[in-house]
Write a protein that binds this ligand. Structure first.
Ligand SMILES: Cc1ncc(COP(=O)(O)O)c(C=O)c1O
Length: 386
């Protein structure tokens, strides 16, 4: 069997490798604490589960869903966007469900890129921003996110020859892996590139509901002009503890969403309607209190980890959002991967090397806060003993 050249060009998915390593250690009886994957450790909020139970028992959800999605799901997303972000969306044309943000981000590559085209990808960034273009036969161009710029790309540094070939741009705030929130002007600058160079701007909004210290994350679509050149992919995975459900929505530019629909009607058969109805329950105002309580938990864990790292001499900035701590690798290690290997071997703690999110992540490591407090504390204590 010979895999395609397309598949051979991309590295193995980061967490697939990590999972293999953890399994091998655990099989050998080692007490491994994984702070690798950003997968919430607490259950989906009870009202969402109850709505899903009722929906699963209703035979009307048992048939093929339409790719356009249930009107009730699209309307719930539109109401949420209005209430939460002050963004008006037409539920008929400007909202569609996605089988998780990952599916959506990947398929946007297939819908908008041809060989020779370029996708502008935040670096460090969610790996699908680079794997997606490659699998679509196109190329990613890495836009470095520098700490000095608040982790905004330096749009002015992108060569004209790249901008001429660019068709897509991937940005993401609050940001995985750096934890940065949208720096002033970043959305305006992205929109300007989109306008001038006919680039579809894709804002990956996986973390807007997970913020701390009173910070409220905006939608990309609340920036004037965003809807003319862009879409936002809103995921329920992290904010609602729903990673396993695969529930997200693409919102914004109607023409782009229509092309995404045209592609998907040839690829999959839509999002299980019971999951869409669970999404409707999640986005109701009554669930805001659950989200706030969850954020208090993550904020406490963030402080616990940052305090312990700071006490161990690590120069770490507590993030205002996301479920990640992004910190510099201590001196004496050749690479972030070497440090993470060392930590796994010596402390049986799994952390992610920054370089696996792109070359600009080199020199950093990422800790996920999706582990109960005692285990998190134990992990950080093991780290500081090294
Ligand atoms: C930035 C970012 N986008 C998208 C995703 C995937 O979201 P979903 O579970 O909706 O596919 C993640 C998950 O870690 C993420 O960090």
């Amino acid at each position: 069997m010979k895999p395609s050249k397309r598949l051979d060009q991309i590295p193995p998915y980061l967490f697939a490798e990590l999972e293999r390593k953890i399994a091998a250690k655990r099989a050998a009886g080692v007490d491994v604490i994984s702070l690798g994957i950003g997968d919430p450790d607490t259950p989906t909020y009870a009202p969402i589960v109850a709505a899903a139970q009722a929906a699963v028992a209703d035979p009307s959800t048992h048939t093929y869903p339409s790719n356009r999605g249930l009107a009730s799901f699209r309307e719930a997303v539109a109401r949420f966007y209005d209430r939460r972000f002050g963004v008006e969306l037409d539920p008929e044309t400007e909202v569609m469900p996605a089988i998780g943000a990952k599916e959506c981000i990947f398929n946007l590559n297939l819908a908008f890129l041809d060989p020779g085209d370029i996708a502008l990808a935040s670096d460090p960034g969610y790996p699908v921003y680079t794997g997606g273009p490659l699998l679509a036969g196109a190329e990613p161009y890495l836009m470095g996110l520098e700490p000095e710029r608040g982790f905004a790309p330096d749009f002015g540094a992108i060569p004209d020859a790249v901008l001429e070939r660019a068709r897509l741009m991937f940005i993401n705030y609050p940001n995985n892996p750096t934890g940065a929130v949208a720096p002033d002007g970043v959305f305006e600058a992205a929109i300007e590139i989109g306008r001038r160079h006919d680039v579809l701007v894709v804002h990956d909004n996986a973390y807007s509901e997970t913020t701390f210290d009173g910070y409220v994350a905006p939608s990309f679509l609340s920036t004037p002009g965003a809807k003319e050149v862009g879409v936002e992919v809103f995921s329920l995975s992290k904010g609602y503890n729903m990673t396993g459900w695969r529930c997200a929505a693409i919102v914004g530019n109607a023409a782009a969403i229509s092309e995404y629909w045209r592609l998907k009607s040839n690829i999959d058969s839509g999002l299980f309607e019971a999951v869409q109805l669970a999404g409707v329950a999640a986005l109701a105002p009554e669930l805001d209190a659950e989200v706030r309580a969850m954020n208090a938990v993550y904020q406490r864990r963030r402080d616990l980890v940052c305090d312990a790292l700071a006490a161990a001499g690590v120069d770490v900035t507590p993030p205002k959002g996301t479920i990640y701590i992004w910190a510099p690798v201590p001196s004496g290690f050749d690479s972030a991967a070497a440090y993470c290997e060392y930590v796994l071997e010596q402390a049986a703690v799994v952390i992610s090397p920054g370089g696996s999110y792109g070359p600009n992540g080199e020199g950093f490591f990422r800790i996920s806060l999706t582990t109960p407090d005692e285990r998190l504390l134990e992990a950080v204590e093991r780290l500081s003993r090294l």
